[in-house]
Design a protein. Structure first.
Lengths: 287, 800
């Protein structure tokens, strides 16, 4: 379990990083390394070059505004998880981050790195997807903003071009009268989930459900987002919404759980998460 | 005995070193050694048609590549069959490097030696091996069907058929008022020590000697094997087990291919070579355990007393049988547990599959046997509508029935005779600790809040301290330090502490003066190894006996110096003194000086032992007839048979009615290992064992696909429980001393793991009202059980 030979660049500015990636477009970006290093050690990946962005200070950012939370490419999970300001603007971030592996991994791993790794069993892609967030990518050719719906192309396959670096991710703020919940079932504490759901429920002025959305992890090749507003109805029939989800999803089996159990579990978690999110939305609406 | 240290919760003396990163593990040694890496088979069953190493030769830093063709003489012979048995009619072992055919994924095919491990892996990747895949045999059912064979010359894939019986089980079952018949299944798991295997060899060409460090549980066995295979006198081979990061059984197997090949190459190349196993290798090239199918027929009376029990055990031993059939022997004998079974017959069929070898892992066949018996007890109770604890109580051996002969032959070839115990008291205590009798109300209260609880228990007996022997050597030096050594090895159990407690108690010295060395053939050459919960019983008693020799000698010498009768002397805090008169005293360090008559002095202390200082009569020799210089002693302990520890575990679990997740709310252990040397160390052993047991009950399995690929060969997918998965464990002790050994002790190393699957199965079955026949139990498995029970009422169990 030693990696094959690879080139190594450690730029200190974003421009240098982009130049390095432009020079070796098949190189891989090393941020927290919590997924990439095991892949290298197991010789499952053999990139010709690593571009280590850990010294690029301008990427180590966390900006919280009224409209949402922008997380720079070097911000560690722990920093975002512990940010009270970020949790106030978008509570789903902290709720999901607490399920990301273990504290020692969160101390190194980065939010943007997790998104760029695009593991369909990971928490953050589902969160970005259900919130309709975006990823900003940069290269020597310029910058662009990629909507979450377009960012996750396939398992471990983000919509990044060769030579492109994901420089930040944007998680929009929760609208008024909105509650969120994050739930997952994992075999062990901190494992990738067998299934998980990030739920967002918004009420209108009359406390009727105006929007109910759920983002799923662990059950499909890319994060699945379902709009359950119709299935739940204006009075929030979460059992009906869960039944709809059970009928809709088409989970895959792996060694930890079969498809039938995943389907069942997805329904259970959907109902629980929507209930909790709706309760929070109601509390906020009544405040 | 002097200082009161035996039986006290003395803090583990090795922890300071081990917990602050100052341990010295295999990979901490030999920083400049060349590195070995292995090309391993990617196929479960295949014929090797060609090996081409030419591309590997391009790797800068490559030193050598070896395949089977390169192995001369005894180096290339089949690995030994360590424990032959008459029933193992078709024992087979592999070659150090595969010859013609590979029989499991991970079997070593070529060895690469290079400047460092990175380069060795680069080169290993470039060795091209052409395989002609053969059909693989995976799983016990496939092995039994024998449509394909693992070894061409082993018909039916059957390595061994072993029958053990007492009485006429078939007749007893026929005549019984009630009969049940069912099948049980236990998955594979593995020891999975945090430190994998490893070997580091240094050849001294001028001296013609070899020093080998191995992360092993049996350094003397490794030495004997290396000496034999390399054609070296044993005296020219030293094997040292440095700090070892866990063994749990897997490191008792020896010699591993790497333990022969690395020293051989070190001598051939006259270079230091080290191989450190990585995790991926460990999953596919060390060993697994546990996998069995059991077909049970039991006949019993209306009180739940077992009249006849017939068990057919099909045991998956993997591709080879280097460790013989110890595991199924243990299963078939320890299955009887603390019970008086009217008549018993066990038939073991040990089967070859194209999977990794199966050798003992903590518990070593006992968890399967206990699972079988305790599931049987629960079945009987449910069938009769009786309390599960009452059915067990009705079958227990009573305290006045010891020694109790079960009428079978145990794994050491000796009769299965229990030496002592109090099983009813174990059961009573376990019930009290878990709250068995009040549980009905607790369950109902939880149910009223939508929560689903269940309770379970399990009782077991563990044969510990198997022979043939261990030895101890004790030497007191002229600074008063006590050096204790024993040949068996340590893997973190706390031997440095408990052996020191024994020596301190026997000699009357402060424990801080005692220094313990284990597993180093330079210090002690005769040993068997660390397995079967035997270290405290075997080496502990040997060390005590050696200490008694040293004590007697110290008293003889001191008596002469003090002009007293040795019978009037005692030793307190390292000082020999006349009993009741501390002024007439001589410290042990001075006794050590006096024990070694000198011609040459190098300090004031030794000056007292020189020829013009010592006061022995000039008409007698300086060393009396029958005496030896030095204050040291050596002795051995060799038991006539094993000593039997026992315990009872109980648990309360909660199952999620929707997600089918299982949580353990409470876990209680009552344990009896005879006299306790150190209750804290015993509790630590129990906690670790229970954690591994929970792994086997709820998480761990080896996910082989039908082609023999192991799909979960990493810590991401092989689910060992974290601390977060382990509940607080309450522990109670019972002490029924063993009459078989001087210290009255029994083994404790494996106890914690043994009944856990049985207990969790019992509790989940109780919570769910659905029959549990197979472990481990994942949420998916439990969900599936619920679905099946909804369609098939025969799977629903009757409430108590």
């Amino acid at each position: 379990m030693k990696p094959p030979p690879f080139g190594y660049r450690a730029p200190v500015t974003l421009d240098e990083a982009l130049d390095a990636l432009a020079a070796r477009p098949s190189g891989k970006v090393l941020a927290g390394g919590q997924s990439l290093i095991p892949l290298l050690n197991m010789r499952l990946a053999a990139p010709p070059e690593l571009v280590d962005i850990n010294r690029v200070a301008e990427l180590d950012t966390l900006h919280v505004g009224d409209g949402g939370v922008r997380v720079g490419a070097l911000a560690r999970h722990t920093r975002v998880e512990r940010s009270a300001a970020a949790a106030a603007v978008q509570p789903l971030l902290r709720r999901a981050l607490r399920h990301v592996a273990h504290p020692v991994i969160r101390n190194r791993g980065t939010v943007v790195g997790s998104l760029a790794h695009a593991d369909p069993a990971a928490e953050l892609p589902a969160v970005l997807a259900v919130l309709d967030g975006t990823v900003d990518a940069a290269s020597t050719r310029g910058r662009r903003t990629i909507p979450a719906a377009d960012f996750f192309v396939g398992p471990l396959e983000p919509a990044l071009e060769p030579g492109e670096l994901a420089v930040s991710a944007y998680f929009p703020a929760a609208p008024p009268r909105t509650g969120t919940a994050f739930m997952e079932t994992a075999r062990r504490h901190g494992d990738y989930a067998i299934a998980g759901v990030a739920a967002v429920v918004t009420l209108d002025d009359d406390l009727r459900v105006s929007a109910a959305r759920a983002g799923y992890l662990g059950i499909s090749a890319t994060p699945l987002v379902l709009d359950l507003t119709g299935a739940a109805g204006p009075h929030g029939d979460w059992t009906a919404a869960a039944a709809h989800v059970r009928d809709t999803v088409d989970p895959v089996a792996d060694i930890h759980a079969g498809a039938a159990y995943r389907r069942h579990l997805t329904g259970v978690l959907t109902e629980r998460a929507l209930k909790r999110a709706a309760a929070e939305a109601l509390r906020k609406a009544e405040d | 005995m002097g200082t009161r240290v035996f039986g006290e919760p003395v803090r583990r003396r090795e922890d300071g070193r081990l917990l602050t990163g100052r341990g010295r593990y295999l990979d901490d040694l030999g920083r400049d050694a060349l590195a070995a890496a292995f090309v391993r088979s990617p196929h479960a069953h295949a014929r090797i048609t060609d090996i081409d190493v030419s591309e590997a030769l391009d790797v800068d830093g490559l030193v050598a590549v070896y395949t089977f063709e390169d192995l001369p003489g005894r180096i290339g012979e089949r690995l030994p069959l360590l424990i032959p048995h008459p029933a193992l009619t078709h024992g087979r072992t592999g070659y150090p490097l595969a010859r013609d055919v590979v029989r499991h994924v991970g079997e070593p095919v070529a060895m690469v030696v290079a400047r460092d491990r990175y380069l060795a892996e680069d080169a290993a990747e470039r060795v091209r091996v052409d395989y002609e895949p053969l059909p693989a045999v995976v799983g016990i059912e496939a092995a039994s069907r024998a449509e394909r064979l693992v070894h061409d010359d082993v018909p039916g894939n059957v390595g061994a058929v072993l029958v053990q019986e007492t009485g006429d089980a078939a007749a007893a079952i026929r005549a019984a008022p009630h009969v049940l018949e069912f099948r049980l299944a236990i998955e594979r798991s593995a020891s999975m020590p945090l430190e994998g295997r490893g070997v580091y060899a240094r050849w001294d060409a001028d001296d013609g000697s070899l020093r080998v460090y191995s992360s092993t549980q049996a350094s003397t066995g490794v030495r004997a094997a290396i000496a034999a295979r390399l054609g070296l006198p044993t005296g020219k081979v030293e094997v040292i087990a440095p700090d070892v990061g866990g063994g749990f059984g897997v490191k008792i197997v020896h010699p591993w291919p790497e333990e022969i090949l690395v020293p051989w190459a070190a001598r051939l190349l006259d270079r230091e070579i080290k191989w450190t196993e990585d995790r991926r290798e460990h999953f596919v090239s060390a060993a697994h355990e546990r996998g069995q199918l059991q077909d049970v027929r039991v006949g019993f009376d209306g009180d739940g007393r077992v009249l006849g029990l017939d068990v057919r055990i099909r045991h998956d031993h993997g591709a080879y049988t280097p460790y013989g059939i110890i595991i199924p022997i243990v299963t078939s004998t320890q299955l009887l547990g603390p019970y008086k079974i009217g008549a018993y017959r066990a038939e073991v069929v040990s089967l070859y599959t194209n999977t990794l070898i199966v050798t003992p892992y903590r518990g070593a066949g006992r968890p399967q046997g206990v699972f079988c018996m305790e599931r049987t007890m629960d079945r009987i109770a449910r069938h009769l509508g009786l309390d599960r604890a009452d059915v067990r109580a009705a079958n227990l051996i009573q305290p006045d029935e010891f020694p109790y002969d079960q009428g079978l032959t145990f794994q050491d070839g000796r009769p299965l005779i229990y030496d002592s115990g109090d099983y009813p008291e174990l059961l009573r205590k376990a019930k009290a600790m878990i709250g068995w009798d009040g549980f009905g109300a607790e369950r109902a209260a939880a149910a009223s809040r939508g929560r689903r609880l269940g309770i379970g228990l399990g009782v077991y007996v563990e044969g510990t301290g198997v022979g043939p022997y261990e030895g101890g050597h004790v030497e007191i030096d002229t600074a008063g330090r006590v050096h204790v050594s024993t040949g068996l090895t340590s893997q973190g159990q706390g031997h440095e502490t408990v052996f020191a407690q024994i020596a301190a108690a026997e000699l009357g010295v402060p424990i801080g003066d005692v220094h313990v060395t284990t597993g180093d053939t330079r210090r002690f050459g005769y040993a068997v190894g660390t397995f079967a919960s035997r270290a405290a019983v075997m080496s502990g008693n040997a060390i005590a006996l050696a200490c008694r020799k040293v004590r007697d000698k110290a008293l003889r010498i001191a008596a002469e110096a003090l002009e007293a009768d040795p019978r009037d002397l005692d030793i307190t805090d390292g000082v020999v003194h006349v009993r009741g008169d501390v002024s007439a005293a001589v410290p042990l360090r001075t006794v050590a000086v006096l024990s070694n008559p000198l011609r040459y002095a190098f300090d004031e202390e030794t000056a007292r032992a020189t020829q013009f200082a010592v006061g022995r009569p000039v008409t007698e020799p300086p060393i009396a007839a029958g005496e030896e210089p030095g204050l040291e002693g050596r002795d051995y302990y060799s038991p006539v048979r094993s000593t039997f520890a026992a315990g009872a575990h109980a648990a309360v679990v909660e199952v999620d009615p929707d997600t089918a997740e299982i949580a353990i709310l409470r876990y209680a252990v009552v344990h009896d290992c005879g006299r306790l040397i150190n209750p804290m160390v015993v509790e630590g052993q129990i906690h670790g064992g229970v954690a591994q047991g929970i792994g086997g009950a709820l998480y761990e399995r080896m996910a082989y696909d039908e082609s023999g690929q192991l799909l979960n060969a990493s810590f991401m997918d092989f689910l060992m429980p974290y601390a977060t998965e382990i509940p607080r464990i309450r522990t109670g002790h019972l002490e029924t001393p063993s009459p078989l050994n001087p210290l009255g002790i029994k083994g404790a190393g494996e106890a914690g793991v043994i009944p856990v699957s049985a207990v969790i199965a019992s509790a989940v079955e109780d919570a769910e009202g659905v029959r549990v026949d197979a472990m481990p139990l994942s949420p998916d498995a439990l969900h599936t059980l619920r679905q099946r029970a909804a369609a098939d009422p025969s799977l629903i169990v009757r409430a108590e």
